[in-house]
Ligand binder design. Structure first.
Ligand code: PLP
Length: 453
């Protein structure tokens, strides 16, 4: 029988627990520090921002956490998501490699983000919170949180990075369809935004700036909390349902991965796919190479410092030890808005330091070339972010061809690009540029890292 194209799980086979990799690691990640005292931050330091249930998940030592039934019910709107074998892409590359991709674009927001927005809204609602604020880059996270808040009857206010707000008008319409409010960032609604606009009315914004604005509009208000779409331990943990499903699906296919490749912005889709496989690797059940691909214009893992830094530009969040380009670094205007973050998840940064994964960076034109090739063979137009994972996959498949090896490659197609077609337009018109690694700008931003930690 010819190998199948789609490996599908029944709803009844959907995992009912998230996986927490922290207790399985050979050493624990360094603690977050209070921004004022610089002592290890306690749960109360996070309380103005997050509900206690999520703070407890953030510091949990339990290897598994039950997914609440109400969350499982919502997950079933799109989960389990399909695992595809990319037969046509393999043929086009003339490679002996087997390429599998786990597709998260089937969710209501078109990406993996609802895997965490739904539980985040659920736990906030359970603690009496009536409104969530957040930032968004390309708009995927803002859409996902707006969707989740609409299900749990909560208000939602989103600050979108100005450059993306102007490039991607349909995200605003989608976020408003789900009942949320959206503002370009920097905005004149916050003290920090007004300060930046006074310095430069044309500030294109950054994820770090938008986070500062959303935090400023949440922390002082007891009924309002802030929600982050990536970076934090609990967010990465919610995404592990991706990898848990993929393990079952690859079992159905009778394959074990040799290489797993994902794109990294803050690290959540990458962690979601790879952490359950890292568990299997630590247990000696398989031995895949695990590789992150980041944009050459915003290479936090491959070129950033491993240091304590703020999660936002204004310096309001707890300090986290992570690979960072500096909290006030404003990346060049690449089209993968979701990958334009100055830092990397502290947990992934720690795992990278432990040598449990690799990282490379790729320029955006090579990524779009891979994205277009993928679309022409597999039929799905990828979001600009996962074109990085696809470019890494193409490189690996061609390498397997040169070596004459039947490698099994697994990648994360974490979102579709239907609302990112303007980026494809730029690519086809030849206007898309590759940015050199901005060495001077990074050195400048790194000079403002918090000292003495
Ligand atoms: C948000 C987003 C990313 C980047 O965030 P990670 O936390 O690194 O996953 C990547 N791809 C898509 C489609 C996104 O929406």
């Amino acid at each position: 029988m010819a190998a199948k194209t789609k490996y599908l799980l029944d709803e009844s086979e959907m995992p009912t627990q998230w996986y927490n990799i922290v207790p399985d690691l050979p050493s624990p990640p360094p603690p977050a520090l209070h921004p004022g005292t610089r002592e290890p931050a306690g749960p109360e330091d996070f309380a103005p921002l997050f509900p206690m249930a999520l703070i407890m998940q953030e510091v949990s030592q339990d290897p598994y956490i039950d997914i609440p039934e109400e969350v499982q019910e919502v997950y079933k709107l799109w989960r389990p998501s399909p695992l595809y074998r990319a037969h046509r892409l393999e043929k086009a590359l003339d490679t002996p490699a087997k390429i599998y991709y786990k597709y998260e674009g089937v969710s209501p927001a078109g990406s993996h983000k609802p895997n965490t927005s739904v539980p985040q809204a659920y736990y906030n609602k359970a603690e009496g919170i009536t409104k969530l604020t957040t930032e968004t880059g390309a708009g995927q996270w803002g859409t996902a949180l707006a969707f989740a808040c609409s299900l749990f009857d909560m208000e939602c206010e989103v600050w979108q990075v100005r450059a993306s707000y102007d490039q991607k008008p349909y995200r605003k319409a989608m976020i408003e369809t789900f009942g949320a409010t959206i503002h370009p960032s920097p905005s004149d609604l916050t003290e920090y935004g007004r300060k930046l606009l006074a310095e430069d009315p044309n500030n294109p914004g950054s994820l770090g700036i938008a986070i500062s604005e959303a935090v400023e509009m949440a922390a002082p208000y007891p009924e309002v909390r802030y929600a982050l779409g990536s970076v934090l331990n609990h967010v990465l943990m919610h995404q592990t349902i991706i990898g848990e499903e993929a393990i079952k699906q690859l079992e159905m296919a009778g394959d074990t991965p040799d290489v797993i490749i994902g794109c990294t912005g803050g690290g959540s889709n990458f962690a979601g796919l790879t952490f359950p496989f890292m568990r299997e690797k630590m247990a000696g059940n398989m031995n895949p190479t695990i590789r992150a691909v980041e944009p050459a214009a915003c290479p936090s893992l491959t070129k950033g410092a491993y240091a304590y830094d703020f999660g936002d530009s204004a310096g309001m969040t707890p300090l986290m030890k992570m690979h960072t380009l500096g909290h006030d670094f404003i990346p060049d205007d690449i089209h993968a808005g979701g990958l334009r973050y100055h830092g990397m998840s502290p947990l992934i940064s720690h795992i990278y330091e432990l040598g449990m994964m690799e990282a490379i960076s790729i320029n955006q034109t090579e990524c779009f070339e891979a994205g277009v090739m993928f679309a022409r063979n597999e039929g799905i137009v990828p979001a600009p972010e996962p074109t990085h994972a696809l470019a890494g996959t193409v490189r690996e498949a061609l390498d397997a061809k040169e070596a004459g090896e039947e490698r099994v490659i697994l990648t994360a197609l974490c979102g579709h690009g239907h609302l990112d077609l303007a980026a494809y337009d730029r690519y086809f018109s030849g206007e898309m540029v590759d940015y050199e690694y901005p060495e001077a700008k990074v050195q400048d931003a790194l000079s403002r890292l918090p000292q003495g930690l």
